[in-house]
Design a protein around this ligand. Structure first.
Ligand SMILES: [Fe+2]
Ligand SMILES: [Fe+2]
Length: 472
């Protein structure tokens, strides 16, 4: 396996130099990407050196190399995980056949759509987060934000590589379109709903990393199982980067909770707002919002698309190869959530059409583990309170629950009850204004905003007061 060639204009471990047509296509796209980064990437700080991780090879020693980089000079490149010798297609109708190295012609359109949909989320999140720099709670957090941003940019490169390398002219057109859609734009929005929401403040951002980026982790993990080997290898490497994004979300919210608990104890009150903290009730509302919009990203509970992706061998289940069944699922059933009259129920459904719901189950279990760790912090402070994931039917816009009103604890309620109570369940304009009022940039090394606790340790064994972003 060759290391990553940094003498190239586009760092890569796919022997780009050996494929002149592809190299030209990507070199043609590169300045357009930089233009997009300039226009839609982080506002400010583009000339500052940031202590960033850059992959210098895909093995354990090389993929987490830290150095000072100005963001526009970050070496965005194309890195695929090592090939697995004689890898097979592990599920669906083609199970047991050699994994595809080229796009199977009959699935070309479907595969392209899957790649474009994944690819679209990457620049979308950068766009959503672009204004956060000036209100960062610390240099440590600012650096983490930029690390996530440059890596989402790299994930866009990863998907564009697949489009350009394997889908010819329409792939190149899709690559261009990925730079033209804009998060939240009425005329040319990003493809998926949650990626058009605003990320106006750092609490929203940390929740986004925890909930919405975690959807990305689960989508990538299912695509990493793909019978289309280049997609699998691309997603496997993306997942190593994604782990940091999960860390930013979970540890970030945990530090907010910790600070809140400290203030609650110090001032013997639940109402920590007047002491510059974010009360647990508000944190709960943000959880309710970000969890519910992220649950929608998995799609309908019953989905023939999901069944087709699986049967075609394009998108597997989370940890497909660790599962002990026939990996075809034609005769299997799966328990899904549904509405019956005025009740929320679970019922058996054919396993193939239930794959979205199964992935959502894996995701919810993962989210629940994170929330349990947050609750540990509350408990350690001797506080009798608990954060909770909302019921999966709460505040949904896609699937079986889109047309019913449901409370966070999972009761179907009337429109009247929803109208009377939803302001207690979701962030209101006043809540957002309050959280917004706390967002004052803190950029002195080692200092942290009053609403978030410092992390237990710094990045790459550096001290917490390290100058993670060099400001003039
Ligand atoms: Fe990503
Ligand atoms: Fe991510």
């Amino acid at each position: 396996m060759p290391g990553i060639d940094y003498s190239e204009r586009i760092p890569n471990n796919v022997d780009l130099a050996g494929n002149r047509r592809l190299q030209r296509a990507l070199e043609d796209w590169q300045p357009k990407f930089l233009e997009w980064w300039h226009d839609m990437g982080p506002v400010g700080f583009q000339g500052n050196e940031v202590y960033l991780r850059t992959a210098v090879s895909v093995d354990a020693q090389g993929w987490a190399h830290f150095d000072w980089v100005r963001m526009p000079e970050y070496r965005w490149g194309i890195f695929l995980a090592e090939p697995e010798a004689s890898r097979l297609i592990n599920f669906g109708d083609h199970k047991g056949a050699p994994a595809w190295q080229d796009v199977p012609g009959e699935y070309r359109g479907v595969l392209r759509r899957l790649i474009v949909t994944q690819g679209d989320t990457e620049p979308a999140s950068v766009e959503q987060q672009r204004h956060l720099g000036k209100t960062c709670p610390s240099l440590y957090d600012l650096r983490n934000l930029f690390q996530v941003n440059v890596e989402e940019g790299r994930h866009l490169w990863a998907m564009v590589y697949l489009l350009d390398a394997h889908f010819g002219r329409d792939g190149r057109e899709e690559s261009e379109a990925l730079l033209q859609r804009r998060s939240g734009d009425a005329d040319k929005p990003r493809i998926l709903g949650a990626f058009n929401e605003r990320t106006p403040d750092w609490l929203s951002y940390l929740m986004f990393c925890f909930f919405t980026d975690r959807d990305g982790k689960y989508q990538l993990a299912s695509l990493a199982e793909s019978g289309f080997d280049p997609l699998s290898r691309t997603c496997r490497f993306m997942l190593t980067e994604e782990a940091h994004h999960m860390f930013v979300g979970e540890s970030g919210v945990q530090r907010v909770v910790q600070r809140t608990c400290e203030l609650m104890r110090e001032h013997r009150t639940d109402d920590v707002r007047k002491h510059g903290g974010i009360d647990l009730a508000t944190i709960q509302k943000y959880i309710n919002f970000h969890c519910s919009v992220s649950l929608d990203l998995f799609g309908s509970e019953v989905s023939t698309n999901a069944a087709n992706f699986y049967t075609m061998g394009l998108k597997g289940r989370f940890e497909e190869t660790k599962k002990d069944d026939d990996h075809r699922l034609k005769d299997e059933t799966y328990t899904i959530a549904d509405v019956q009259g005025d009740r929320l129920v679970t019922r058996p459904e054919a396993a193939l059409v239930s794959l979205n719901e199964r992935l959502r189950d894996d995701y919810v279990a993962d989210c629940a583990r994170g929330v349990a760790r947050w609750n540990q912090v509350i408990k350690q402070h001797g506080i009798d309170a608990e954060l909770k994931l909302p019921h999966r039917a709460f505040h949904r816009a896609i699937g079986a629950f889109a047309d019913v009103k449901v409370s966070p604890d999972g009761r179907i309620i009337s429109e009247a009850e929803w109208d009377a109570k939803h302001l207690g369940w979701l962030p209101t304009a006043a809540d957002q204004a309050f959280v917004g009022s706390l967002m004052q940039g803190v950029t002195e090394p080692g200092k942290f905003a009053g609403w978030i606790a410092p992390p237990p340790r710094g990045i790459n064994s550096k001290p917490i007061e390290f100058e993670y972003v060099r400001l003039p």
